[in-house]
Design a binder for this molecule. Structure first.
Ligand SMILES: [Zn+2]
Length: 336
């Protein structure tokens, strides 16, 4: 089949057409978080022929992910999700540009990670990153497609300020730590996360083609099943989209950022500028444990701890009981 025919089943849709396809081919979507939602939206957007996809994720593939994260297989365990997702989608569509970014997104990396984006897709699992993405989208005046799923439910909200409320209008204040259920504690139905990812991909296509956003929050119950639309008004006192505060983007660089990824894995990010010499680090750590290179990453097993070290110096540490222990393991093996 001629390459021109590749998108025929969607260009025949009056909602897209050949002109719409050209717009999609010239667009850049950044998908932040390649878990259950990001796998589905990235897959659909690659197949739909979005010209450039940037796939951002800080984690590696774990066995417990395979129940719902549809781009990965058992052969991918312990590899960076961004790399695996990009390789898989290159096989799906070689006619688009796909960039793997196995980095943590924070105030220090946001500009580089989100550069020249036409739309930002939320595949994250935490409010901190969503506030940051919301602010970056407001600054760049580009759409941000929020998505979340837990248990048998999910939510999607297509944000394009000032036509709609922003994420901060929707969630003005973060609840106290531990107040929200997580996938670890509440579980997740894969049919729920897949629906949310698919709805997000649809929102991305609509936004890129200039369709006015509905301004409604979509609430999916995948078990009943049912989808509701809830009107979300823009808050006249919103610090982000009205007052222009950039609390998350302007956050001071801390020396080491530590965050729990669920279970016993902790991410430690030294917020180092530039790459570290993983070969030299590997030689040093070979004296204290088992070390191997796997593509761009370094994997170390020492004293019952499993470390995955990325080229920018960030490490995922498994087998520690809390953040303090993670910091000390990082300092001991990698150094700050
Ligand atoms: Zn707002």
């Amino acid at each position: 089949m001629a390459r021109a025919d590749r998108y025929r089943r969607q260009t025949v849709l009056p909602e897209i057409g050949r002109d719409g396809q050209k717009v999609l081919s010239g667009s850049t979507a950044v998908i932040v978080g390649l878990g259950a939602l990001g796998c589905v939206s990235a897959d659909l957007l690659a197949r739909a022929g979005i010209g450039r996809l940037r796939l951002v994720d800080r984690d590696v593939v774990e066995l417990v992910n395979l129940q719902r994260q549809t781009l990965y297989t058992e052969a991918d365990l312990d590899r960076p999700k961004a790399d695996v997702a990009a390789e898989r989608l290159w096989l799906v569509n070689s006619g688009i540009d796909i960039e793997a970014v196995p980095r943590d997104l924070h105030a220090g990396t946001a500009e580089a990670v989100l550069r020249s984006a036409d739309v930002i897709v939320d595949g994250t699992d935490n409010l901190e990153t969503r506030y940051l993405l919301n602010e970056a989208a407001l600054d760049a005046r580009i759409p941000f497609v929020y998505g979340g799923a837990i248990a048998t439910y999910g939510m999607v909200f297509g944000i394009r300020s000032p036509d709609t409320a922003c994420f901060r209008c929707l969630t003005p204040k973060p609840p106290p730590p531990g107040a929200l259920p997580t996938c670890d504690t509440a579980g997740i139905l894969n049919a729920a996360s897949a629906q949310v990812g698919a709805l997000q991909a649809g929102e991305v296509l609509r936004m890129l083609l200039g369709v006015p956003p509905s301004g409604d929050l979509l609430v999916v119950d995948a078990w009943r099943p049912e989808i509701q639309r809830i009107r979300v008004a823009r808050r006249s006192d919103c610090p982000a989209c009205v007052a222009g505060e950039r609390t998350s983007l302007g956050a001071k660089k801390s020396q080491v950022l530590v965050s729990l990824c669920g279970g016993e894995t902790v991410s430690v990010d030294p917020r180092h500028d530039g790459d570290v010499d993983l070969d030299a680090l590997g030689r040093r750590l070979a004296k204290v444990g088992r070390v191997r290179r796997a593509g761009s990453i370094l994997i170390v097993d020492a004293d019952g701890r499993h470390l995955t070290v990325f080229p920018d110096g960030r490490a995922l540490i498994r087998g520690v009981k809390d953040e303090a222990q993670a910091r000390s393991v990082y300092a001991k093996y990698v150094g700050v």
